[in-house]
Design a protein around this ligand. Structure first.
Ligand SMILES: Nc1ncnc2c1ncn2[C@@H]1O[C@H](COP(=O)(O)OP(=O)(O)O)[C@@H](O)[C@H]1O
Ligand SMILES: [Mg+2]
Length: 267
């Protein structure tokens, strides 16, 4: 049976008169790649903020492995296993790539205030393990050779991969990625696609918000389509392609419309 790891029921969030998300439900099973698509302004980021605790919902519930996380703050939700990245990468500029990933792993570090309570040897061992794990995370996203570089020296594609590695370093059960392919060229997108599959195969459940519909339909197990804050359709990629409402909103004017609409979207 398909059991939901992440389940959102009837989520609504308004900003003044704008119903940014209006009664949206979705569910994601362990080991799946799920995606949320929809035109610019459809409510994708608002839904992500609701799931990850960055913006409290007006209505609805979010559960992670059966546990209600609806009104918990982001750091509590992260500790429970749901971590998100941001649409604009926010690396620490004066720290190396490896140090950035180490910073992302702080949730599980035994350093800081605890180090005074543990024998030094144990802390050193824990730190060494943490560094090894962060190197492994960098290898997963294809940045093994860049660990001593600084974010300013990376390409747009590598910065996206670093942002993903930072999220992964927190050992999430579910990782939410907000537009991981934004600004990437074809080669970088292909690299990202491989990385997403590798992450899923290594046991992390993924939920993406993404404008690149082709990438989404190739890589996702389930897709949620939003339009003007409402759920248009929810299903496997093949069902999404067949759905007449999606076709009208998205694929109807495929050559001129969808691509232009997507490429024009920056939010
Ligand atoms: N903080 C905010 N204040 C006011 N309106 C907002 C805010 N965030 C989003 N909105 C509005 O909510 C709608 C959905 O936005 P958003 O979730 O960013 O869409 P998407 O990520 O799909 O492009 C848009 O009409 C947007 O203008
Ligand atoms: Mg957005």
């Amino acid at each position: 049976m398909r059991t939901a790891l992440l389940e959102a029921r009837d989520i609504s969030k308004s900003f003044g008169a704008v119903k940014a998300v209006d009664g949206v439900s979705l569910s994601l099973a362990v080991g799946e790649i799920g995606s949320v698509i929809g035109p610019n302004g459809a409510g994708k980021t608002t839904l992500f903020n609701a799931l990850s605790g960055f913006s409290p919902v007006d209505r609805g519930t979010v559960t992670l492995d059966g546990r209600d996380i609806t009104r918990k703050p982001p750091h509590r939700i992260a500790r429970l296993g749901l971590v998100r990245t941001f649409q604009t990468a926010r690396p620490l500029g004066n720290a190396t790539v490896l140090e950035n990933v180490l910073a992302g792993s702080y949730l599980h570090a035994k350093g800081g205030v605890w180090s005074s309570l543990f024998p030094l040897g144990a802390v050193r061992r824990a730190e060494r393990e943490l560094v090894l794990r962060c190197h492994a995370t960098l290898a997963t996203v294809g940045l093994a050779d860049e660990s001593e570089r600084y974010p300013g020296e990376l390409t747009a594609g590598q910065l996206r991969l670093l942002e993903i590695a930072r999220g992964l370093a927190a050992k999430p059960r579910v990782l939410l990625l907000d537009e991981p392919a934004a600004g990437l060229n074809q080669v970088e997108t292909a690299r990202l696609e491989r990385t997403l599959r590798d992450i899923r195969d290594q046991g992390t459940t993924l939920l993406l918000v993404e404008h690149d519909v082709d990438l989404v339909l190739r890589v996702s197990d389930r897709v949620t389509v939003l339009d003007f804050g409402r759920l248009l359709c929810h299903g496997a990629p093949a069902e999404i392609r067949r759905d007449p409402a999606v076709a009208a909103a998205y694929f109807g004017t495929r050559d001129a419309g969808v691509t232009a609409r997507n490429e024009g979207a920056i939010s």
